[in-house]
Design a protein around this ligand. Structure first.
Ligand code: ATP
Ligand code: MG
Length: 227
């Protein structure tokens, strides 16, 4: 088997509030490999988004460590974590955060341009990525001219462009109907089959049909729930 692409080991994150301390994530562990589709579900407030934010380096654990490939996320400074997201770990949210007045192509090319890729090369790679998510030839329309399902695909293309191998998705189908949700999960499954590692946190039970492994988040704890 390949080396793990993601290794979350005994990770905890607590939020200290004036009246109480909330352990949003408690001793979570997860080892995942290229090509895997991992689904996490749980009650609202169970800690799913906190866990994804930790893996993405948008937040730092109080205990434990997270390895992305050989890199320990917690040891990176802020610039290093930003670079990790630009180069290795893409994130998609329920509301795709596209720049409305940019074209689809410009949205997808943006992370590459931030990394310093020359504009023509960034545009070429963005076109490849748009094709991969089923939007070939539509790159010159502005983001506001796409449907919800298409916009989510643009968000996925932006999260993966430049050969990023980990996709973290937080409620990616939260704003989609069941037909578009199914199409999105089929796309994520196909990306896994091409070697990506996808971790989806979702209340949408349809996720389980497509996942290799399913975990339940219970009060901050990550519990294997079989397939
Ligand atoms: N920045 C913060 N400050 C204080 N508490 C927080 C913060 N972020 C999250 N929490 C708390 O941590 C717990 C987990 O929150 P989280 O957003 O991870 O839940 P979730 O599983 O994603 O829920 P949902 O399904 O509703 O999105 C909740 O009790 C939440 O109130
Ligand atoms: Mg959440």
């Amino acid at each position: 088997m390949d080396a793990p692409l993601l290794d979350v080991a005994g990770v905890s994150r607590r939020f200290v509030l004036p009246a109480e301390t909330i352990w949003a994530v408690r001793e979570a562990s997860l080892t995942a490999y290229p090509g895997e589709f991992i689904a996490v579900f749980g009650a609202s407030g169970s800690g799913m988004s906190t866990l994804l934010n930790l893996i993405a380096g948008l937040d730092a654990p109080d205990e434990g460590r997270i390895l992305v490939g050989p890199v320990e996320v917690g040891r990176l400074d802020e610039a290093g974590r930003a670079r990790l997201r630009l180069a290795t770990v893409g994130v998609v949210f329920q509301d795709h955060n596209l720049i409305e007045e940019f074209t689809a192509l410009e949205n997808v090319a943006l992370p590459l341009e931030v990394l310093g890729t020359p504009r023509a090369e960034a545009a070429r790679l963005a076109e490849v990525e748009l094709r991969r998510v089923g939007l070939a030839g539509m790159g010159s329309r502005t983001a506001d001219q796409f449907s919800g399902g298409q916009r989510q695909r643009i968000g996925i293309a932006r999260a993966l462009v430049g050969d990023r191998r980990i996709l973290l998705a937080d409620e990616p189908t939260g704003a989609l109907d069941s037909k578009n949700s199914r199409a999105l999960f089929e796309l994520l499954r196909a990306l896994c089959d091409q070697g990506a590692l996808v971790v989806v946190c979702s209340h949408d039970l349809m996720t389980h049909e497509f996942a290799d492994r399913v975990f339940e988040m219970v009060d901050g704890r990550l519990v294997a729930a079989g397939r």
